[in-house]
Design a binder for this molecule. Structure first.
Ligand SMILES: C[S@@+](CC[C@H](N)C(=O)[O-])C[C@H]1O[C@@H](n2cnc3c(N)ncnc32)[C@H](O)[C@@H]1O
Length: 253
């Protein structure tokens, strides 16, 4: 929004039609005369999207990864263990596989691996075991059912909800988050003009690791901040979800 307010020409894309509509409305309300063009697209197709916009080189690219507060709070989307909803988790209606498909379709070993690798969940085995035993009785179709199973399987109660990591792992697979990120980074670098900047905001360590390694190993990039930039206490107070955000910025040589 700040770039738009200062007169920048901003092109944006989102995979979620609803998010796109909300962004358009928000920007129009704040700056009715802004130059702001949007397309419904997956950022893994950045080169093709830029071509459609007629862009060959840009001054900056911002990837704000993950999901918005609106998406997480939407009871119909199934992202939150705090809301009773169908176990969906698709950011785009074009994605074919829902979280319920994975929970009811993967075998115990596959579920274990999913929670272990993408959720870094310590209790993956007992959770996978209880899921498989529960779904023998009836399919697991709601966020509430899954959250209750995880709570039953994980005896430990910490500060964060025990289902946090399981939900993270499912979301990553349903939306192919890591592959999309790996696909967009080289396309973003190619699209930047020399001196242009690539900024990435990530919300979990698996994404941040990919960005960190990519910036470190790419000879065309100068890493502008060795450590990621984090939200201030004041920002976290105003927006608690910013707690896990990490911003990395690199400049193209
Ligand atoms: C953290 S939110 C961005 C919020 C936005 N900066 C704003 O201020 O409204 C992340 C957005 O990325 C979108 N998204 C997730 N994966 C995507 C992908 N592969 N391609 C395009 N958009 C994606 C989500 O639908 C979501 O709207």
């Amino acid at each position: 929004m700040e770039i738009i307010k200062r007169g920048g020409l901003v092109y944006g894309l989102d995979i979620d039609p609803l998010a796109l509509k909300q962004s358009k409305e928000r920007v129009f309300k704040a700056c009715p005369n802004a130059f702001f063009k949007l397309k419904l697209a997956n950022f893994s197709q950045l080169t093709a999207v830029a071509q459609k916009f007629g862009l060959t080189a840009v001054a900056g690219i911002l990837l704000d990864l993950g999901l918005s507060s609106e998406q997480l709070a939407d009871p119909d989307r199934g992202f939150s263990f705090n809301l009773a909803a169908p176990l969906d988790m698709r950011a785009s209606p074009d994605y074919q596989v829902t979280a319920a498909d994975l929970i009811n379709g993967l075998n115990k070993g596959e579920l274990y691996e999913l929670f272990q690798k993408l959720g870094e969940e310590q209790h993956s085995l007992s959770i996978a075991d209880l899921i498989v035993r529960t779904r023998l009785i009836k399919p697991i179709t709601t966020t509430k059912q899954l959250a209750e199973i995880v709570m039953k399987a994980v005896k430990f109660r910490g500060k964060t909800h025990p289902a946090t990591k399981v939900f993270q792992a499912l979301r990553i697979v349903v939306n192919d988050e890591l592959n999309n990120l790996k696909a967009v980074l080289p396309q973003a670098v190619a699209l930047l003009k020399p001196g242009g900047r690539l900024a990435v905001i990530s919300f979990h360590s698996l994404e941040d690791r990919i960005v960190k390694q990519y910036f470190k190993n790419n000879a065309q990039l100068i890493n502008l901040n060795k450590k990621p930039i984090m939200a201030s206490d004041q920002e976290i107070k105003a927006n608690p979800r910013s707690r896990s955000a990490k911003l990395r910025v690199a400049e193209k040589i």
